[in-house]
Design a binder for this molecule. Sequence first.
Ligand code: PLP
Length: 417
Amino acid sequence: MSGSAVWHPFTQHGLGDPVPLVTHAQGAALYTADGRRVIDAISSWWVTTHGHCHPRIVEAIRAQAGALDQLIFAGWTHAPAERVAAGLTAMMPEELTRVFFSDSGSTSVEVALKMALGYWAHTGQPRGRILVLEHSYHGDTIGAMSVGERGVFNAPYEPLLFDVGTIPFPVGDGANTLEALEAACREAPAAFIVEPLVLGAGGMLMYPPALLSAMAEICRRHEVLLITDEVMTGWGRTGTLLACEQAGVVPDILCIAKGLTGGSMPLAVTMAREEIFMAHWSTDRAKMFFHSSSYTANPIACAAAAANIAIWQEEPVLDRLADLGTRQQALLDRLAKLPGVGATRRCGTIAALDLEVPDGGYMSSLAPRLLTLFREADVLLRPLGNTIYVMPPYCIDDADLTRIGDVIEMAVRAVLP
Ligand code: PLP
């Protein structure tokens, strides 16, 4: 072995790409050991909402690290977790009364699935089938992969994945989706899990709020639990705190992570309606919710989340989102004119465009070439195959956003004939 021992995620080491060493970050910028300033155009995998190293979050982490670093969370509690739970129940839909902590988006999904099955089991009507939307991504643990799109991400692990009912992604007015969901709901599945408004890793695919409302209504009518995975869309990404808000939808179970700590520490929560909590509430110890990890509700991560919640409560975050959305649209309008650019779309602060190539999809041969051009131009962008998307921290300024546009234009012109 030579060089670093690190095995990176979603990285083909055999391609021999350089792996930049980052020493520090501020706002929308990363700084490398060799003196480069790199614009973080994808918020370091969609997590950094207010910008890197936001002073209020940094201070909260510092203070908490010196006070209480870690605590077993089974039967014990601490002030940062209580602050987060109180903050979330105050700012999220009031029907979501319970807050269960975990460590990542994937685990928040695992928890949601277990809660749904626990609900049915403990109310004496066991159900097991999960419905999913085509092209979804919910994480890389076994359960999360099972409810995600089957394909290159998980092909070798197929024997470990459980069977689900797949509802087709909406085409045109979405009647295909609604009819399939209606039919599948008649079979009494346990739950339908969905990414609201934007399917992220599936290619930044977007669908309108009215369709989400209609899907939620079908679930409600058939008493199928609705799980919304707002791991990516939550915390303002789609222009509102939650994407569900735009559809007037309140799920039975909600997954949030990424921006929960402003993108500073690993933490997630799964929020649930009271009925789901109460299905587990009993003097029977066998009905307790059997799920945890060593670091569930880590106090330092919770302190960061509490600081993020305070920023949302005290600063004009929604105004920043609206402003960024407008600037993202201008960027898209500019890029849409480039030869070879096909569909463009935007939802809140997420802007995406498809390049017209014969080999579309995640494994498009274009992706590694684009990645290299972006890296060499000091912009962190990670195309999903032939789809380029921009999802910057909310604090990004005009100069950096213009530079992102310039670099995308340069790269598109370089890779397309
Ligand atoms: N759900 C969605 C919608 C996501 O976009 C992601 C990650 O990108 C996950 C779940 C998994 O989250 P994590 O990477 O924190 O496990």
